[in-house]
Design a protein around this ligand. Structure first.
Ligand SMILES: Cc1cc2nc3c(=O)[nH]c(=O)nc-3n(C[C@H](O)[C@H](O)[C@H](O)COP(=O)(O)O)c2cc1C
Length: 442
């Protein structure tokens, strides 16, 4: 057995975050609001011993949003139901720091962590959709820089609240009628740029101490936040060289922030296409690309640019000059689209098709896909992968054909070694800050 273990997450997106996944007859049209569908998929991922399931989220839609975005379950409610339907697998939900209060967020995730016996994770995002402002009483979306300052403070407050109770705060001593040891309950008394929070939080820590923090930093500020707070990072990369660059950059930044880089795990999201032979898989990939609807691809291309209307341009002219557009949206993604179009001299049509395609570097026979996963893992590009789960038969090809090959090579677990998400990811349990202080004084 190799000592370093690969980690696997399963991204559950019901009817899909691209315009056409829902057309697959294997996926029920109601998948994104059907708890039984999610249970089935989470159980399949757990049977394959995946580390976690992951639920994406955002708080703004238009009629042009992708099918899953239009009509879906709220992630923490959903994961609380999945906690009861599964036993070991981690449960990771996205929630924005831009339009929430840390007290509520701390309480919600601490509850999920208790309900699931230490399996919760929080994917911290700052929200790139400018229209979200209108759903939270604001005229304008919070500026990109401010969103990140707010995110740093928000997460610090949440983590402070999670430590409100030391692990032995509740003697629950009936004989002496002593439920709480008040010396082990701590107020936060936070006063910062964005939040004033007194505390304490009204829920104690779970078996894993605190929920695991995930992040998906793409832009400069995004990477900075990831390196400082994230224990798991969902990397938006779509080729090996970029992945390796991103991986090295994040690990370096984490070390510079005084953290152990091995406690910061990087997971690109991939959509494997597995067939009996490489040729068949490539044919499937071509077929899917050929089926892409250009009108929808243009809408999808506009999303990181605040749903910019790309239908106004000549499709076969060079990708348009957009100035600062996108810098207050999904900045990292918008910058990447502009850069790739410029560097590769793409037309608008080519750019739309290039970015509408799911990331499918992993198309081939099970053997080929396993080889590629091993290469990325061993050659310093990833600590694991977040696998897009669509139709059950396609996911089964991954769990039944690729995962056994990874096991044979000693890369992936046969069985869960522990019960919590931190156990699976081999992440340290954060010691309660007040217990640390008490130990230092003693
Ligand atoms: C793999 C991956 C998953 C993401 N999931 C979400 C999500 O669920 N919700 C969301 O609002 N943003 C999500 N994002 C977007 C990022 O969190 C980030 O907000 C975005 O890249 C814009 O920020 P930045 O460009 O400033 O880094 C995701 C990004 C990546 C790469």
């Amino acid at each position: 057995m190799s000592t370093r273990q690969l980690h696997l997450g399963a991204i559950l997106t019901g009817v899909g975050t691209d315009p056409q996944e829902w057309l697959d007859p294997q996926i029920p049209g109601t998948a994104s609001i059907d708890i039984d569908w999610y249970k089935q998929q989470a159980r399949a991922a757990e049977a394959a011993k995946f580390d976690f399931v992951f639920i994406v989220d955002s708080p703004y839609i238009t009629p042009d949003s992708a099918p899953h975005f239009l009509n879906r379950l709220e992630p923490l409610t959903l994961l609380s139901a999945l906690a009861g339907a599964t036993d070991k697998i981690g449960l990771v939900a996205t929630l924005t720091t831009s339009y929430t209060e840390p007290f509520n967020v701390a309480r919600q995730f601490a509850s999920l962590d208790q309900i699931s016996h230490g399996r919760a994770g929080w994917n911290v995002v700052t929200t790139g959709l400018e229209g979200a402002a209108g759903n939270f009483g604001r005229e304008q979306h919070i500026d990109h820089g401010e969103r990140y300052r707010r995110a740093h403070e928000h997460v610090a407050v949440v983590q402070g609240l999670w430590d409100s109770y030391e692990d032995d705060a509740f003697p629950r001593d009936r004989a002496n009628k002593r439920f709480l040891d008040p010396a082990k309950q701590h107020r936060l008394d936070h006063r910062g740029e964005f939040f004033s929070v007194t505390g304490p939080l009204n829920i104690s820590r779970s078996e894993q101490g605190q929920p695991v923090i995930f992040q998906a930093g793409v832009s400069e500020s995004g990477r900075g936040l990831a390196a400082r707070i994230a224990e798991g990072i969902f990397a938006g990369v779509d080729n090996f060289e970029d992945a390796r660059e991103y991986y090295a950059d994040i690990k370096r930044r984490a070390a510079e922030a005084g953290r152990d880089p091995n406690q910061v795990l990087v997971f690109p999201g991939i959509s494997p296409i597995i067939a009996d032979t490489d040729e068949e898989a490539q044919a499937l990939l071509l077929q899917r690309t050929g089926e892409l609807d250009l009108k929808k691809a243009l809408v999808q291309l506009g999303r990181p640019f605040n749903y910019h209307d790309f239908s106004q341009y000549d499709l076969d002219a060079p990708f348009p000059e957009l100035g600062e557009l996108g810098s207050n949206g999904y900045r990292g993604h918008a910058e990447k689209i502009k850069r790739v179009a410029r560097e590769q001299g793409l037309t608008l049509r080519q750019t739309a098709l290039r970015f509408a395609r799911p990331f499918t570097g992993f198309a081939g026979s099970a053997q080929t896909v396993a080889n590629e996963i091993e290469r990325w893992f061993k050659d310093g590009a990833v600590d694991g992968f977040n696998i897009h789960v669509g139709a059950p038969a396609a996911f089964a090809r991954f769990t039944d054909e690729v995962v056994p090959l990874l096991r044979e090579r000693g890369l992936f677990r046969d069985e869960y070694q522990g019960r919590t998400l931190r156990d699976h990811l081999e992440l340290e349990v954060p010691v309660n800050r007040h217990s640390v202080k008490a130990a230092e004084v003693a």
